[in-house]
Ligand binder design. Structure first.
Ligand code: BGC
Length: 373
């Protein structure tokens, strides 16, 4: 499978500039060349106490809960009026929340989308109002009204997961290795890049016969987990194990995150099977403990604090009239090439777990308590 990025740096730069102009000039009613008043200093994109909206999805993993607290604290400390909301009710609730943020005059709207393809109307409202739109962690798709995507590169996350699975299976010494695949929720724009990144590493092993997906479920649609819900992954694994692994060993599982890895491990344990090599993501407390115990092979450190602070720094820059500097190849969202600011995800296994979380107080406390680091 091929990476689906498009590379149009120049267009992206213009898009970014255009997006910023809307936010900076449109919203402050100070078109280029117009004298500004004392209340609106020339360098300022918008008021220092402006409203900032942060629309988060459901609490399907710990990172979102951490993000809520960090956005509340960080935006408030920076002097902004923040509105930070979860969309526990799903995509339609998030649509209403974003419309309300626009009505309340938000100058920047940060969106971790439930379904990044279902927000076209709300993003259009946001842009018409002069707001700057940031896709947070998950790309906003099929819309021209997205200014920036800030995330840990999701395709790279998938590649790291695929590499970790291969490393673990090589150590396990199976030949051929029986594996199963789990993918995230189909409505999350990250789920396909996670899966495709992982499969870019694993598919060659399937093709050369080193790995066998015994269930035959190798397509994203077969492996997807609706709503990222642990219960859905566990039910799928109960069925899959009963049908395919009565006598065969299960050596490895590609899991896109920690929540689903633990769900699969529960099903595997209940089926009386030994623990396979299994990947994850998010560095959730329970999974960090499982890695220390040797029951989960890997996770990914995508430090939420670093990501949230990056977004808050961008917002502070926008307030001052400074446009963000993209650092990756623009990503095609189906309509435009969205400028990206990428952070680098880090793979964590038992080999580096003691040193991988410098500055992350939550995980560092777990490591210290374990007595293993
Ligand atoms: C995030 C992951 C998370 C998943 C489920 C994805 O979009 O990137 O970190 O595990 O959503 O919440």
């Amino acid at each position: 499978m091929k990476r689906t990025k498009k590379f149009v740096a120049c267009v992206a730069g213009l898009t970014l500039l255009a997006g910023f102009s809307l936010a900076a000039c449109g919203s402050s009613d100070t078109p280029a060349g117009t004298e500004t008043t004392a209340e609106e200093p020339p360098a300022s994109g918008f008021a220092a106490d402006a409203t900032i909206g942060v629309a988060l999805p459901q609490k399907t993993s710990e990172n979102w809960v951490r993000a809520e607290n960090m956005f509340n604290q960080g935006l408030s400390a920076a002097g902004f009026e923040q509105i930070v909301q979860f969309a526990d009710g799903g995509a339609s609730e998030q649509q209403s929340q974003i419309s309300a943020m626009v009505e309340q005059g938000a100058k920047v709207i940060v969106i971790g989308a439930v379904d990044g393809s279902q927000l076209g109307e709300q993003l259009s409202q946001a842009k018409s109002s002069g707001a700057y739109v940031i896709a947070y962690d998950r790309l906003l798709k099929n819309s021209a009204d997205v200014d920036l995507y800030v995330a840990y590169d999701p395709y790279r996350v998938g590649e790291l997961q695929g590499e970790a699975l291969i490393e673990g299976l090589t150590k396990a010494g199976c030949a051929p290795c029986n594996i199963e695949l789990i993918a995230g929720s189909a409505d999350d724009a990250n789920s396909i890049p996670f899966f495709e990144g992982g499969m870019s590493k694993i598919q060659p092993k399937i093709d050369d016969g080193s790995y066998v997906v015994v269930s035959g479920q190798t397509q994203f649609t077969q492996a997807a987990t609706e709503g990222w819900l642990a219960a859905n992954a566990q039910t799928r694994f109960d069925t899959l194990l009963a049908a395919n692994y009565a006598s065969a060993p299960l050596d490895g599982v590609l899991s896109p995150n920690d929540t689903l890895a633990r769900a699969a491990l529960t099903a595997i344990d209940q089926a009386g099977k030994p623990t396979p090599v299994i990947t994850g993501q998010d560095s959730e407390v329970e999974s960090v403990k499982l890695i220390l115990e040797g029951k989960q092979y890997s996770t990914i450190n995508k430090d939420t604090g670093v990501l949230v602070n990056k977004v808050i720094d961008i917002i502070k820059g926008l307030q001052q009239g400074v446009q963000p500097t993209p650092n990756g190849d623009p990503l095609n969202n189906g309509v435009i090439n969205v400028p990206v600011v990428y952070l680098e995800p880090v793979i964590v296994t038992a080999a580096n777990i003691c040193t991988a979380y410098a500055g992350d107080e939550v995980v560092e406390a777990v490591l210290a308590e374990s007595g293993k680091c």
